[in-house]
Design a protein around this ligand. Sequence first.
Ligand code: CP
Ligand code: NVA
Length: 300
Amino acid sequence: MQPRHFISLLDINGSEFRSLINRAIELKNHRNPDYQPLKGQVLGMVFEKSSTRTRISFEASMAHFGGNAIFLSPRDTQLGRGEPLEDSAKVISSMVDCIMLRTFKHETVTTFARHSSVPVINGLTIEQHPCQLLADMQAYFERRGDIQGKTVAWIGDGNNMCHSYIHAATVLDFKLNIAAPAGYQPNKMIADAAGERIRFFDTAIAAAKNSDLIVTDVWASMGQEDENKQRCSTFKGYQVNAEIMDTAQNDALFMHCLPAHRGEEVSAEVIDGPQSIVFAEAENRLHAQKALLEFLLCAK
Ligand code: CP
Ligand code: NVA
């Protein structure tokens, strides 16, 4: 039987997404060191790119749950020397219980999953970042309850985070206003599949109007560092600042997956201000991924 993977938010339905959020909240509020459902289990973690939050939260989750995590860098494994992905997936999955990958190409994760005998988790690709959305949605639900029917504004690059917000809007049924400069819009197929929940705006102000949650991300993602200067100039009108937050609902929240660049995609005043919940959002990576690991590895 094929294992259950978590490569995209479209791999879970609305009821599963809500159960994961509720379980993450429960795990966060009632930490029990004796609860070790993954005792003796091992998570392999392949990182082609840097990470602070994803690596630490997965390692800590496994440790708290009684298991272990192994950090695998392509630099030090045969993955970086061209061993076929298919072979690597078969071999690694024969030795561990779950594998998380952070890769450049999205196809690397999907190919790996096809040949893995254990669950595969997407820890970020150039196309999607579904684990981050578990944490973001948990942070929203904790403060405001269910997000169904609410309006979220995505301001900035139509990148991996934007794609995962589009998927979250589909699965949890909220409206997503997107303001991204021409040439940096999200993937059309991903946006079209979400239908009328997704609306595009020409300006950040227009997208933010009456929104319940404002979200942004870096203008140059990992692997796009060379484009940074040119992107900073193209994205100049897309900074989330006090004017944008004032346009949203009075009780609107601000989120950013971090790392952030103050003065670029977000002003210091907003990210360090009262509406920002970025550090709670980051902490939730730990709780949400514990819920995810339990869902994938302990399901009856
Ligand atoms: N938000 C996030 O995924 O952070 P890291 O790159 O530090 O893992
Ligand atoms: N869009 C960013 C997210 C980092 C967590 C990137 O891919 O680099």
